[in-house]
Structure formats: C-alpha cells, structure tokens
Design a binder for this molecule. Structure first.
Ligand code: GLC
Length: 835
C-alpha cells in the first residue's frame, strides 16, 4: 500500500495491482477480468448483468443467503446442483435497485452492492457494515475454462472450514502465512499434516471477524482451489477449473447461524441409529469367521463395551463386492445372527469397483443395464483396484456411473442379500475413486459420465463420485428396509454428503501428530456440515504404542463415530492388546462413552435438526472470546462439555483454556472460574473434561452394548446456575418412527438460590415411552447437607449410598452431588432440595 502514496493516482495503482496479482495466480492462460457491465436486467428473483466475459446473476435465496452465479461466455447452463437441496421461497422477497453506476439487492439482513464498471460485488449487513468485498483490482476473472474470484481478506479475519483438511483450525494459518487448499478427492495413504488434498471435498468456509461471521459455499464440483492469504496476505481467492463461479454468501451474524444456514442449504445428517454411536472395532481384516467370533467373545468376557464389528475386504471372495469368501466365511447368516445374539452389529465394506468377470452377478447386471463408466470411444473403462490383487484369478475392475440415477437404483438394490443376512450397515471405501497403477491414482479426466442426463467428463464428476456412491447406498438401504435407519460410512464425499453417510478421514499414520491433527480436522468437518465423523482410533498406518492407543481411545470417546481401525499386517489393536494396565484404562474410557450415551444421542439428534455439530471448535460457542479462536487441541462436545484430551507423549499435565463463565471438573465436581488458561496434572487414565455451569448432563450406568440400555436408570446431572435448562431426547433408537412423533423430548429446568435448588421436569413432548426405570437427579451441591428433599409435595427419606440402590424413592449425598432417586414416570414433576 506504500505504492499508493508514491504513485498518487488510484487508476495507475489498480493497473499495477491487477498485473502483479493476476500473474502469479496461475500458470495458465492470462486471466480476463469480468470487465464492465451495463445496467442489469431483472429476471425473476435475480439481477442479471452481462459483460464481455460472461453472465452474472445475483439473487437472494433467503434474507441471509445470496447467490452469485457467473457463467463464462454467453451460455448459462442448466441450474443443477448435487449439493443444494430445494429451498422454500423466502418469506420476504428481496428488493432490487438498479442505477447507472451501481445496483443493489436488499434483504432484511443484507445489502449487496454491485458496482457496474468494473463489475464488483460487496456484501454488507442491513446497517451497511461491510462484510465481504471483491478485491477492487481483481474481482471475478476467467481464462475461458477456469473461473476465479479475488476477495479482500482483512487482517482481523479468521477463516475456518473447508471440510476435511489438514493443518490448523484457523486456515489463515497466521504465523504460517495462510493455506492454499485444493478440492480434489484423493486416495492419500499415510498422509500427514502437509498433505492436500485428501479424500473429501467441501468447498465451504466460514470467516470470523470479532464475533461476527459469514460463510461462502462454492457450488462447483470441478477441481477447485482456495487461497487464504497465501499468495497475497490481504487476498482470499477461490475458483474452479471448469463450470461456473456459482457461490452462496451466507450471513450469520454468529458462526452458529452460518453453520445452521449452510446446512439448511445443503441438507443435514439424518438421525443415526443409536448402535452406531456405540464403540466399534475394525481392522483390515478380521478373518476367518472364527477370528471375528473370538474378537466378539473377548469384548464380552473382558466386559469391554462394544456394539459393532467391521468386516474389511478379506470377507469378500477375491475382493469382489457383494460376495463372501466361501472358505473364510462359509456361513455368513450364522455368523451375523450369532453376533447379533451377543449384542453386536456387523458392518461390511463395499467398494465401487466390481470385477470385470462374466458370470459374476454385479458385472453381468451392470453391463446389461449400461451402468459402467465409459471411455470417450464408448467402450467400458477398466482399471486395476483390489480385485487385481486377488490371489486367485486377478483381474481389472469396472466402475458404476453413480451420476446416473438408474445406476444408483441398480447399485442400491445389490445390497438386498447383505440386508437379508442381517448386515446392519455399509462401509463405502476407495470412492475418490481410487485406481491402482496410474500416476494420478484416479480415473482419466476424459472418461464419460451421465451427469443426470447432461453427459460430461470425469473432471466434473470426480469430486461427487464418492458422494453419489453413498447416495446410491443410502437410498438402496432405505428402499430395502424402509423402517430402519440406514448407516453408511464413506471415505470420499462432497458438500451435502452429510445427507447420506458418516465420514472417516482415511489412512492416517499411527503417530502423535496424527492424533492431534484429528481435532482440527474433525472440527472443520463439523463446521462444514458433517457432524458424524471419526478418525481411525490408534491410527491406520503403522502400530501405535500402548500409550498412544490409550490416548487415542480417550479422544475417541468424543469422536461422534468411535471406531478402532488399523492396516493389514499391523499388530493386534484391540483395547486389550497392550497388557492389563492399559486394558483397564481403555475399558474405563469406553465405559465413559456408554455412560454418556443418552447425552451423546441427544447432542447428535440436535445436530440432525440444526446442523450444529456435536464435536465442535471452541469458537462456535464462544465467538466473542478471541482466546478461543485458534485452539487446536481442545474442543466442545455439544454445548456443555469442554474436552481437553491428553495428546502429547508422556505428558504429566495438560494446559487448557476455560472461556469466561463457571466450569466444573467432570471427574471431581470441583468448581473452576473461567476466562483463564489452566494447567491440570494428568496420569495415563486422565481425560480432562469440564462441564459448563448450568448444564444438564444425561447419563446412565455402564452397559455392554446399546441393546442393554432399556430399563437402565436415567441419571440427570445438574450443574449449578441460578436459572438454566436442558433438554433430553429419546426414541426407539432404530426406526423411522421418530418422524411421526414417536419421541420423548423432555425439558429439565433448575432454579437455584442460596437456600434451595428446585428442578422441574416438563411433560414429555411426543408419544415415545422408554421402558420402566428410575430417574436419578444428581444435583451439584456444596456446604451443609440438605435439610429436606421433596419430590412434588412428598418428603423423601435420606438413605446411604448402598440403601439407595434398593429403594424406589430416596436421596443421598455422593461427593459434590445430592442424588435424588424416584421412578421415572415421564410426567411433569418438581424436585426440591432445601438447605
Ligand atoms: C483403504 C481404507 C482402509 C481399508 C483398506 C482395505 O486403505 O482407507 O480403511 O482398511 O483400504 O479395505
């Protein structure tokens, strides 16, 4: 900016900036700026501008969401998106103002100014405070094939999101000089902190300035890239190597608002089945079936809770999807049924690469239905993936064209036999798509795809291939078992893929830095619409030390998807594989997961309706506290739990930041003032957790699997505030009946002063009734023991802790808590604890 003073002329400065900024941004053809526009035309709910480079339309989708769509050239494509879900029309339509020099799109929340010469867009809030602006020198530009926009990046802005990305939570990477990210789904075995891109692409980011946030979603499936102050400190640019520059500006003002709106635009995670929130055990691969049974028996004999066992590619016959190896797994129905009787579910892997083999059902029916991806000359594309490494009769694979709706239908129905066997969920892997023995690791860019009726090449479909595979799987499972909640896990996906599958970030290395890196990565996924996420516990590539596995499992208690997984040929990686000391600590971590399941289920249900992730960065709940803005090693789980897992080797203490407010040590009940960084001593079994004052935690006793939950006492832990409330969500955990009101949603409210605490339970909303059980209120309490405890107007007896177990209604004191027990009648009532 020193140049300004030197040259004095703004015009000349623009020219110099334009030349210097555009040159390094690409090695390709020269950028052609969008140029000047004449007065716009009104078309429906949009203002349409024409320039020498293309057509730009600006429309309001909602008061806080504005769509900017620039089509290079003169043709505007069909309006089609794999991501954006149909939107209800805005209640208050936008106002448009057109002038000679500039035009405006005005909503109750936003004022968008479009300057005509040259064409530049600026977003401000209703009071005119600037939120986001095109860079004056470089707005939108194109090289003919690529499209890009340069925006101002202010010094005090932080940038988050981008889905599954390595690096720090704040993608500004302050001291690192800003990240550049590419969106191109890639099979990246043993990736590390500097690898990019990896498996999934979510071209969405959130900008936070002070406490105010907005987001931008680039709805373009081509390879795209985002430069966050990297090439030039004050500029953020993004664009794609094809298609339109089609983006949505999403206003907050809070970051939660942005995430809620982004997910209203792109859809939300469906409510998962309860069992999928239990502890899960996987490896590449458990086989033969006796080994799978052995693993199941060990969990039960050792009383280590678990719900799910996973079958990786060795269950298949020569790695062919939808088959079973007849020697290793001679009786799949017997195995799956037997495990079910022990309380286990089975999830099986299905990759998108049926083998080219006449006589093999999926190949024959796929060929007959015209379902496989083709070469430009019309022949079917073949390439090596797992079936090419099969010990017997190896051969190439063919690839379903999931961008064709008939193909998705066909693929979905191939799951019928697996569902008939009782398989509970499907694991979609290798769907970037991964291809062996090519330098790019994926398909050639010129392959042909249907693209829902508008044929295109692989450049446009690559990034949505995995998501469309999960859509085929999800919709298939839904059709086969309409009353069951489908469960799908995927490696590759795209924005909006949260509607179909949970995501795990692939083949990370078993080391301490990967353990730490999983926190900002999963937090970034959560911000980007994906709440159901979890990394391989223990890491995938290599073998974790006993200590690393234990620490990873402790963090995994708060991964929404809690699954241990490891690569082929690594040593045993079960909770009991590291000796009895570690087994005990590992058991305790998994037990905590099960004790918290009523809470975890409630938080995940909220995520499914609001889009606000369960596992979330600190700033989402504390946007106005700048000290939360770059915390990479601690996170919130729901609104109430602050988790600071131990993620450093041989640690003897852990530093963490408690935001303003009152906090309670989860383990001791001890009160801690907030607004400070504290250091807590740790041992191997420590998992530092703090509970927010006023929180309600919903717990239960340890169970061995989710099938044991009905009838367990419900424990509601009440952390003090003068007035606060919390809501518990329950349903049958399995079926779709929650959609018809078969739910139990109950609000608990405390009012507290020096003399008493009363907890009121509201009547349940919904008609679901849990099995008969007791309700224990654990009311945080300090000082003199209560003089009396009342349930309604009934005085409850004081009991010892052991007596309490036998009594239906009584109270006792346990450490920092007064426990008030009575039958859970699922009706309105009030408990009063008096000093
Ligand atoms: C890929 C997956 C991994 C799986 C393996 C074999 O590497 O990322 O999780 O175990 O393939 O299927």
């Amino acid at each position: 900016m020193r140049l300004v003073r030197l040259i004095g002329s703004r015009r000349r400065l623009m020219l110099i900036l334009a030349l210097t900024l555009s040159a390094p941004a690409t090695a390709e053809a020269q950028w052609a700026s969008v140029g000047d526009a004449a007065r716009p035309a009104r078309s429906g709910n949009a203002l349409v501008f024409r320039t020498a480079q293309g057509v730009l339309s600006v429309s309001a989708i909602a008061p806080e969401i504005v769509r900017v769509r620039f089509s290079p050239g003169t043709r505007v494509d069909r309006d089609h998106s794999y991501t954006v879900v149909p939107q209800a029309p805005a209640l208050q339509p936008a106002r448009f103002e057109t002038g000679a020099r500039e035009s405006h799109v005005i909503t109750p929340a936003l004022r968008v100014t479009i300057r005509h010469r040259p064409l530049r867009i600026a977003f401000a809030d209703a009071n005119g405070n600037s939120l986001d602006e095109d860079d004056p020198a470089n707005g939108i530009a194109t090289t003919g094939r690529t499209v890009r926009v340069w925006k101002r990046l202010r010094d005090d802005e932080r940038v988050y999101g981008f889905g599954e990305k390595t690096g720090r939570l704040d993608k500004r990477g302050w001291k690192l000089g800003g990240y550049t990210y590419v969106m191109w789904n890639s099979d990246t075995f043993a990736y590390d902190a500097s690898s990019d891109p990896i498996y999934a692409s979510v071209p969405f980011f959130l900008v936070l300035r002070g406490g105010t946030a907005h987001g931008i979603f680039l709805d373009n499936t081509f390879r795209s890239s985002f430069d966050i102050g990297h090439t030039s400190e004050g500029l953020l640019s993004f664009g794609a190597e094809g298609g339109e520059l089609d983006y949505y500006f999403i206003y907050g003002p809070s970051p939660r608002d942005v995430v809620a709106r982004y997910t209203s635009l792109t859809g939300r995670m469906p409510l998962p089945p309860l069992w999928a929130l239990g502890n899960q055990q996987s490896r590449w691969s458990y086989f033969p079936e006796s080994r799978v049974r052995f693993i199941a028996e060990n969990f039960r004999q050792r009383s280590i809770p678990a719900d799910v066992l996973w079958l990786d590619i060795h269950y298949l016959d020569q790695y062919k999807p939808f088959t079973w190896d007849p020697d290793r797994f001679p009786d799949p129905a017997g195995l799956v049924g037997g495990l079910r009787n022990q309380g286990f579910r089975v999830v099986t892997i299905i990759d998108p690469h049926p083998k080219k083999e006449p006589g093999y059902g999926p190949y024959d029916s796929g060929l007959a239905g015209g379902h496989f991806v083709r070469n430009p000359d019309g022949s079917i594309y073949e390439a090596p993936v797992w079936p090419s490494s099969a010990p017997e009769n190896p051969g190439p694979s063919v690839f379903p064209d999931f961008s064709r709706s008939a193909t998705r239908g066909w693929w979905g129905s191939l799951h019928q036999p697996l569902m008939d066997l009782g398989v509970a969920g499907i694991w979609n892997d290798m769907n970037e798509p991964a291809v062996f023995a090519t330098p790019t690791g994926t398909m050639p860019l010129n392959l042909r795809h249907d693209n829902e009726g508008q044929p295109t090449d692989h450049r446009e479909i690559h990034n949505v291939y995995g998501m469309l595979m999960t859509r085929a799987t999800y919709e298939g499972l839904q059709r086969i078992a309409p009353d069951a909640r489908p469960f799908v896990l995927t490696r590759a996906t795209f924005a909006g893929g949260q509607r179909y599958a949970a995501v795990w970030p692939g083949d990370a290395t078993s080391d301490w830095s990967s353990l730490r890196a999983s926190i900002p990565m999963l937090a970034g996924l959560g911000l980007s619409g994906f709440p159901f996420v979890g990394a391989d516990i223990g890491g995938f590539v290599g073998a974790p030390s006993a200590e690393l596995y234990t620490r990873w499992l402790q963090l995994g208690v708060f991964y929404p998807l809690m699954r241990t997984h490891t690569a082929f040929g690594t040593p045993d990686q079960e909770p009991w594989s590291y000796g009895s000391r570690h087994e005990a600590v590992n058991r305790r971590a998994i037990e905590l997961r099960y004790e918290l399941l009523p809470h975890i289920y409630t938080v995940m249900q909220q995520a499914s309706t609001t889009g606000i992730p369960a596992f979330r960065p600190m700033f989402l709940d504390f946007p106005h506290d700048p000290r939360t803005h770059e915390l990479d090693e601690q996170f919130m789980f729901g609104d109430s739990l602050l988790v600071a897992p131990v993620v450093r080797e041989a640690a003897t203490d852990r530093e963490l930041y408690l935001p303003e407010g009152e906090w309670y040590d989860f383990w001791t009940g001890e009160r801690q003032g907030g607004g400070a960084t504290i250091r807590v001593p740790v041992t191997l079994s420590s998992l530092p957790i703090f509970v927010r004052g006023g929180a309600f935690l919903f717990r239960q006793p340890v169970v061995q699997h989710t099938g044991e939950m009905p009838g367990q006492p419900l424990r509601v832990v009440v952390y003090p505030a003068s007035d606060s409330s919390g809501t518990l969500y329950e349903d049958d955990g399995r079926t779709m009946q929650y959609r018809e009101g078969n739910v139990a949603r109950r609000r608990f409210r405390q009012q507290r002063d020096d003399a008493s605490c009363s907890v009121r339970v509201d009547p349940s909303e919904g008609r679901y009734r849990p099995a008969a059980r007791s309700l224990e209120l654990h009311v945080w309490w300090t000082g003199r023991e209560p003089a009396r405890v009342l349930a309604g107007d009934q005085l409850l007896p004081r009991a010892s802790k052991t007596e309490l177990e036998k009594l239906a209604a009584a109270w006792t004191v346990d450490g920092s808590f007064v426990i008030v027990k009575q039958p859970d009648r699922i009706e309105a009532m009030t408990v009063r604890v008096e000093r």
